[in-house]
Design a protein around this ligand. Structure first.
Ligand SMILES: [Zn+2]
Length: 416
């Protein structure tokens, strides 16, 4: 299974470069590319072998205006720049409505052409003076063409939703445009799927509607791995398996649970450097980063550093033995605090564990994974949920347990 990193913050450029031997590709959000075009284009162009795609982020157009504007009522800079690259009038349309409906979205062909041009713009954007300075330092690679063009897409609730129909229309229009261009760059799609509402009929409809696409990216929007139940897991697996009959399926914002859909046919997962494990439609208010978190390999999940501290003192055998952790922890749980001074080591540790997990997925053994998840639950659940939670708003509450491992085991063991 391949790991593609979703680019989030400028400051991560260095660490992505350091970790590039463990990564198979990048996903660049379109508004970040529009906003910081020279720097991001130069960054992408500087790798010798780092495949990438651009996420067109068009679902942002569905959000209420108030979430897309700043205090003075103007569109946020990154979104305004992205819109300007897409079509001349989408910004004024956005500002004229409280929230867009499918009818307000610009004509399919015009929007698709704008989106396609933006996704092919890296090489020209990397030719500016500012970009040249960066490239002088790192050298110029050759990965300036995306793996495929990602069509505009929207969030929908069911296949009878107008937004679903519009997403499909956009995908078909993009496919026509790409094949007419004849430059060999194909169209791909994002299906922003409501995991909660999938039924066998919905899965069949989606598979039949998208049967002509070879690159399908799934974004299970309302799917939080920590709370996902058996039915949701089974539905996502069924969808992956059905789509994999004809397409290369990738998953956006995947954690370990979604990685296991490798066994159902998924080829790629993408996620951020610890921040964006799971993402839903809602826009998270800006300001204030997430607290630093540590990925506990045996739990297949992140915990805050203060929880990890308590957990490692109780169960030192849970300490990771990757080179980063071995070096920093030196088998001493007291040293976990050192991670807060070197947060980039948290990312290095996470990506090196994630790489191992990807290799595990290539040698997937359903029954041994299921028993491993259940074993970890039995061994640690009751002690973990009796530990005090240092992050709790109400003092005296305990940490969350590991019930999710059992739900995962239920969902993964099901015969499709
Ligand atoms: Zn580690």
């Amino acid at each position: 299974m391949n790991i593609h990193l979703r680019f989030g913050l400028q400051k991560d450029k260095e660490i992505i470069r350091d970790l590039s031997d463990k990564l198979d590709g990048l996903v660049i959000p379109a508004h970040i590319l529009s906003y910081q075009s020279a720097v991001i284009s130069a960054f992408v162009s500087s790798f010798t072998d780092m495949p990438f795609i651009i996420d067109p982020m068009t679902y942002l157009l569905q959000h209420p205006k108030v979430e897309l504007t700043n205090g003075s009522g103007d569109l946020r800079k990154s979104i305004s720049k992205m819109c300007a690259e897409y079509t001349p009038d989408v910004e004024s349309v956005l500002l004229a409505h409280r929230q867009l409906s499918p009818n307000n979205i610009p004509d399919c062909e015009i929007l698709c052409k704008g989106v396609r041009n933006q996704q092919l713009s890296i090489s020209s954007k990397a030719a500016t003076k500012k970009a040249e300075k960066y490239l002088k330092r790192y050298g110029r690679g050759d990965s300036v063409t995306p793996r495929f063009i990602v069509s505009p897409y929207f969030h929908f609730n069911s296949t009878s939703d107008q937004w679903y129909k519009l997403s499909l229309e956009m995908a078909q229009a993009m496919q026509t445009i790409c094949s007419e261009k004849g430059d060999g760059i194909e169209a791909g799609v994002v299906i922003f799927v409501p995991a909660d509402k999938l039924t066998d009929d919905e899965i069949a409809t989606i598979a039949s509607d998208y049967s002509k696409f070879k690159h399908i990216i799934l974004w299970p929007g309302d799917f939080d791995e920590r709370t996902a139940n058996k039915a949701q897991i089974v539905n996502i697996r069924k969808l992956v398996s059905k789509l994999s009959e004809f397409a290369e399926v990738e998953i956006l914002y995947a954690g370990f649970l979604l990685m296991t859909t490798a066994a159902d046919g998924a080829k790629v997962v993408s996620h951020g450097l610890t921040y964006s494990q799971h993402k839903s439609f809602a826009v998270t208010p800006g300001g204030g980063g997430m607290p630093e978190r540590y990925y506990i390999p045996k739990f297949r999940a992140f915990r805050s550093l203060s929880q990890t501290d308590i957990i490692f003192h109780q169960k030192p055998e849970l300490m990771c033995d990757c080179p980063v952790c071995e070096n920093l922890l030196q088998s001493n749980p007291d040293r976990i605090i050192l991670f807060s001074d070197e947060p980039e080591k948290l990312r290095e540790h996470f990506i090196s564990v994630r790489k191992q997990e990807a290799i595990e997925m290539d040698n997937f053994d359903r029954s041994s994974l299921v028993s491993e998840l259940r074993d970890i639950y039995h061994e640690y659940h009751s002690s973990i949920c009796n530990l005090p939670n240092p992050d709790a708003l109400v003092s005296g509450s305990n940490m969350n347990g590991l019930e999710y491992l059992n739900r995962w085991a239920d969902g993964i063991s099901e015969e499709l």
